[in-house]
Design a binder for this molecule. Structure first.
Ligand SMILES: [Fe+2]
Ligand SMILES: [Fe+2]
Length: 289
């Protein structure tokens, strides 16, 4: 088929999806409840660390993951963390929010999704990208926790597009390859819309919206370059995707971040190690409750 008509077909499918979104015919997954509660607590000036603790302790799975993270080499310390109260002090609100978000997405969205094979790969890729982004952000003096959240959510538009309900709703007449191309072209727009609907900061939605095209970002260009770069590193190493021989050192995102080659090589090692530690807490082979 002529490339123009493929693009036309993709545009038609996207405007159909946009239309359905506008009329509430496609339901976005809700932000996981525990993460939502944490956001409410953060916005409430009268809330305290105890409120945070109460929410986490109510979910034993999340509570135990928070404790494991607090005791992992990601947060080195002399004394082991034995209580949730201590873990909250050690990790701080934003790390806790990220771990809770990761934990709930892992169990509720990825685990429950019927497109499970793809979901597992997407989970591995998302977690890997989140860890890469965290390390890159720390290297270039940007907000590491914001970078983790964005890395974790950067491809969630794919999850929505893969949902069978959506696939079955359209008479796109596409081959699986054509559908994959469509997902590649439109998942970032959809991811931006999804995170907006979760009321995450506009910087987060922008970075997700443009994670394949960081030069187009306005409000959060460096953060967008971080997620783009983290994603490239995951593709290069085959984290949740087939490994690809792509240009990293001279990429647009490396240029925006002013990354020199020696830094890229050094951060890769650290990021891969961090990914290994985190993936022991969120195992890839099966979703555990
Ligand atoms: Fe992507
Ligand atoms: Fe990605």
């Amino acid at each position: 088929m002529h490339p123009d008509s493929i693009l036309q077909k993709q545009k038609r499918l996207w405007s159909e999806i946009e239309n359905r979104l506008k009329h509430g015919k496609i339901e976005f997954p809700l932000m996981p409840f525990v993460a939502l509660r944490l956001m409410e607590i953060a916005q409430d000036p009268d809330s305290s660390a105890q409120d945070l603790q109460k929410v986490i302790i109510a979910d034993q799975v999340i509570a135990s993951r928070v404790l494991r993270i607090a005791n992992s080499p990601l947060f080195p310390c002399r004394e082991p963390v034995v209580s949730l109260q201590h873990a909250i002090i050690r990790l701080g609100y934003r790390n806790i929010f990220n771990m809770v978000l990761a934990s709930s997405l892992y169990t509720n969205i990825v685990g429950a999704n019927s497109y499970s094979n793809k979901s597992h790969q997407l989970w591995e890729h998302s977690l890997g990208c989140a860890m890469m982004c965290r390390v890159i952000a720390a290297t270039v003096n940007e907000d590491a926790e914001e970078a983790f959240t964005i890395g974790l959510l950067h491809d969630f538009g794919k999850l929505l597009l893969y949902q069978e309900t959506i696939i079955q709703s359209y008479n796109f007449g596409e081959t699986p390859e054509e559908f994959e191309d469509f997902v590649k072209a439109y998942h970032s727009v959809l991811g931006g819309i999804l995170t907006q609907s979760w009321n995450l900061p506009s910087r987060v939605s922008e970075a997700i919206r443009f994670h394949h095209d960081p030069e187009k970002a306005v409000e959060a260009k460096r953060m967008t370059a971080i997620v783009c770069f983290g994603n490239l590193l995951c593709h290069y190493h085959g984290i949740g995707v087939e490994p690809e021989n792509i240009e990293i050192h001279g990429s647009a995102s490396a240029k925006i971040l002013g990354m020199q080659s020696f830094k890229v090589d050094a951060l890769l090692e650290v990021a891969l190690e961090a990914f290994k530690i985190t993936s022991e807490i969120f195992p890839m082979n099966k979703v555990q409750n």
